[in-house]
Design a protein around this ligand. Structure first.
Ligand code: NAD
Length: 233
C-alpha cells in the first residue's frame, strides 16, 4: 500500500456525542424535538426569528458547559504530530476540536460562538444571547444572527476543502451520518481521485459502501485507537 502523507478528516455530530452534545439524527437527537425547517433554515428565521434565536441561544449556552472527549483529544494529538498535510473539516458548530488543541481545522457549517452581522457582513466572537437583539460590536446595527450555515445556504471554505481533497491520499470520516451534502459527497470525490477511504462511526453511515474500510464503535474508542496506529504507537 502507498504510504500515507496527506490526510483529510471529516467530522460530524457523532464525534461530540460523548461530550453530551446531541446529534441530529440519532435516537433522542435534536430533530426529534425540533424540525429542521422550524429552526435551521433562512425561511424559518424570516418567519419566526425569536424561535430561531432562542433555540441557538440555548445551544450556545449549553456547548460552553461541555468538554472535549478522547476523540477530540486524539485528533489534536494527530494534528500536532503528523508530518504531512492534515486538515480536519468539521460539520460541527461546537468548538470542541479547537478546545482540545486542534489547529489545522476549519468549520464548514459555521460556529455557534460567532455572530454574523447582516448589516456590515462582519463576524464577531459571541458567547451570550442574541434574542434581545444586541448591537453589532463592529457597526452598532441590531442585525446579528448565528454564524451557522442553515439548510439551503452555501457551506464555508469549499475551495480549500476541495483543494485538500485533491491532494489527500487518506480520507477519514468520523461520526457523520452521510445525510447532509456536500459533505456526504467528499468520500466519493476523494476516492475518485485515488485516496484510500476509512469510516469511523457508531453504525454504518448512508454512504458506507463508498469506504474501503469501516470501523464501528464509539468515537472515544475507535478514534484514539486509529490515531495510535497512524502515529505508530
Ligand atoms: P448526524 O446527527 O446526522 O449523524 C451523527 C452520526 O454520528 C450518526 O451516523 C451516528 O451513528 C454517529 N454517532 C452517534 N454517536 C456516536 C458516537 N458516540 N461515536 C461515533 N459516532 C456516533 O450528524 P452529522 O452527520 O454531523 O449531521 C450533519 C449536521 O448536524 C451538520 O450540519 C452539523 O452542523 C449538525 N450538528 C452539529 C452538532 C455539533 O456541533 N456538535 C450537533 C448536532 C448537529
Amino acid at each position: 500500500m502507498v504510504p500515507v502523507r496527506n490526510i483529510v478528516i471529516l467530522t460530524g455530530a457523532g464525534v461530540s456525542a460523548e461530550s453530551g452534545i446531541d446529534t441530529f439524527r440519532s435516537a433522542g437527537g435534536l430533530w426529534e424535538r425540533h424540525r429542521p425547517e422550524d429552526v435551521a433554515t433562512p425561511e424559518a428565521f424570516a418567519r419566526d426569528p425569536d424561535l430561531v434565536l432562542a433555540f441557538y441561544d440555548m445551544r450556545r449556552a449549553a456547548i460552553q458547559e461541555k468538554q472535549p472527549n478522547a476523540a477530540h483529544e486524539a485528533l489534536a494529538r494527530l494534528d500536532a504530530a503528523w508530518p504531512g498535510e492534515l486538515l480536519i473539516v468539521t460539520q460541527n458548530i461546537d468548538d470542541l476540536h479547537e478546545r482540545a488543541g486542534a489547529r489545522r481545522m476549519l468549520h464548514m457549517h459555521g460556529e455557534h460562538l460567532n455572530a454574523w452581522c447582516r448589516a456590515c457582513d462582519r463576524r464577531s466572537r459571541w458567547l451570550g444571547p442574541l434574542l434581545d437583539r444586541p448591537p453589532c460590536p463592529q457597526c452598532g446595527a441590531a442585525a446579528l444572527r448565528p454564524d451557522v450555515v442553515w439548510f439551503g445556504e452555501m457551506p464555508y471554505r469549499m475551495d480549500e476543502i476541495q483543494a485538500a481533497l485533491r491532494r489527500c491520499d487518506l480520507f477519514v470520516s468520523i461520526g457523520t451520518s452521510g445525510a447532509v451534502y456536500p459533505a456526504a459527497g467528499f468520500v466519493r470525490d476523494a476516492r475518485d481521485l485515488g485516496a484510500r477511504t476509512l469510516e469511523l462511526n457508531l453504525e454504518p453511515s448512508q454512504g458506507s459502501a463508498w469506504f474501503h474500510e469501516s470501523r464501528l464503535g464509539p468515537a472515544t474508542e475507535v478514534v484514539p485507537a486509529w490515531v495510535d496506529e497512524m502515529l505508530g504507537q
